[in-house]
Design a protein around this ligand. Structure first.
Ligand SMILES: Cc1cc2nc3c(=O)[nH]c(=O)nc-3n(C[C@H](O)[C@H](O)[C@H](O)COP(=O)(O)OP(=O)(O)OC[C@H]3O[C@@H](n4cnc5c(N)ncnc54)[C@H](O)[C@@H]3O)c2cc1C
Length: 385
């Protein structure tokens, strides 16, 4: 049996970030993963996530700004670029570009608000009917490379990594926990961080957490999302990331990078996928009706792409009802669930916050602490006295 002060469950972006932060602070960490870091059955695989500042809620725009120095630190440590700043375009009535511009203005984030005619001449590969918010600092985040880099840095700082190590149970034993894995193996831990992505709905009820804390956590819903890669008509034209929202579900697109052989744009509906009970129910099968909707969108709104996908993938969204994150701790267990389809861009900062929660330090968060809105379990415990 191995013992460690901290066992982190899950090596997606969030578990990797937490392990990196803990190990970097000199803590003893074992990071366990049922598959491989940022594996194909989680939420962190692949080479493309949108890194953007444009949020209608100023809290999240400011959180992106706060995450910047953590990305810079990670890129320095990894010795490679993880965010490709291709710029970001937000448009459509539902996206409210003017409102986004006001939020970015207040947050001190570089941006431009363009009328539709100017936007059309700048990005002829898009159909544009409304004003456009452009963020030059937005871009494409290489999710798998970022997760792998954080795991490597954690291991370099002394963390142990166990792959193909599905956690079967977490039991309280004395002052700590026994974490059970495959083949009867166990780990002793002083504190457990659970960053299990879409598996969290199955695990959460089994965790030895206080009842009031558990009752306060929002319901986590898992969806199997699909994304499609479409070839560029003009391979030499640079593409930004895009989000268009016009009545129906928002549709986003971004240069697909490595996954797309660098020759196409990844396009997907936001929250358009099939609800699952948990990650255990995923089948990786793309719904043909979903594909047809995205192809129709490309035909109508992305004229710079050939409307025939040459590759496709599925991925898991694990969302709270209000798309907020969960980053909370009680009785020696920290629960980390920042997905809701938009958590990737904050990963190193959230890892630092999770490490703060686990250690009781304030290194990442300073006097402000982890935002109260990420801590529904703690709020519920307080309410119940
Ligand atoms: C299609 C898609 C598009 C997205 N687009 C964006 C975007 O544009 N911008 C953005 O900022 N964010 C985006 N996101 C969100 C971002 O990718 C997530 O916030 C992030 O990947 C969540 O990481 P995670 O570590 O919480 O989960 P995961 O990556 O799923 O990691 C959880 C890990 O835990 C492991 N695990 C589970 N149970 C156990 C167990 N019992 N024992 C051991 N290991 C276990 C799993 O195998 C997995 O590796 C997107 C997500 C998806 C799916």
């Amino acid at each position: 049996m191995t013992s460690a002060r901290y066992v982190v469950v899950g090596a997606g972006l969030m578990g990797a970030a937490t392990a990196w932060q803990l190990a970097g602070r000199g803590e003893e960490v074992v990071l366990v993963e049922r598959d491989v870091p940022a594996g194909p059955r989680g939420s962190s695989h692949g080479s493309a996530r949108i890194f953007r500042y444009a949020y209608a809620d100023p809290f999240y725009a400011e959180l992106v700004v706060r995450s910047e120095p953590w990305w810079a630190r990670l890129e320095r440590g990894a010795g490679r670029r993880l965010i490709d700043r291709v710029g970001g375009v937000d448009h459509g009535r539902g996206r409210e570009p003017e409102r986004l511009a006001r939020v970015l203005e207040a947050a001190g984030v570089a941006h431009e608000l363009l009328g539709p005619a100017r936007a059309r001449s700048r990005w002829p590969q898009l159909t544009v009917e409304t004003s456009v918010l452009y963020q030059p600092g937005a871009g494409v985040l290489d999710a798998r490379a970022a997760a792998e880099a954080m795991v490597e840095l954690a291991v370099a700082a002394g963390a142990q990594l166990r792959t193909a190590w599905p956690v079967r149970g977490i039991a309280r034993t004395g002052a700590g926990f026994t974490v059970s894995g495959p083949g009867g193996e166990t780990l002793d831990a002083g504190h457990v961080v659970v960053a299990a992505g879409g598996h969290l709905p199955d695990l959460i009820g089994e965790l030895p957490l206080p009842a009031a804390f558990l009752a306060g956590l929002p319901r986590l819903r898992v969806r199997q999302e699909s994304a499609f890669h479409f070839p560029y008509r003009d391979p030499d034209r640079p593409w930004p990331t895009t989000i268009r929202e016009d009545g129906g579900l928002p549709v986003y697109s971004l240069p697909g990078g490595r996954d797309a052989g660098f020759r196409g744009q990844k396009v997907a509906e936001y929250h358009g996928g099939r609800p699952l009970r948990s990650a255990a129910a995923q089948d990786g099968v793309v719904d043909p009706a979903h594909r047809a909707r995205v192809v129709a969108h490309v035909r109508a709104h992305l004229p710079g792409l050939v409307p025939e996908p040459y590759a496709e993938t599925t991925c898991l969204f694990t969302s709270t009802p209000d798309e907020e994150f969960v980053l909370d701790s009680a009785g020696g267990i920290t629960v980390v669930s920042p997905c809701s389809g938009h958590g990737g861009k904050f990963a190193p900062l959230l890892g630092a916050m999770a490490a703060d929660l686990a250690t009781g330090a304030t290194e990442a968060t300073g006097a402000a602490g982890v935002p109260a809105r990420f801590r529904p379990g703690t709020a519920a415990r307080r309410r119940r006295g």
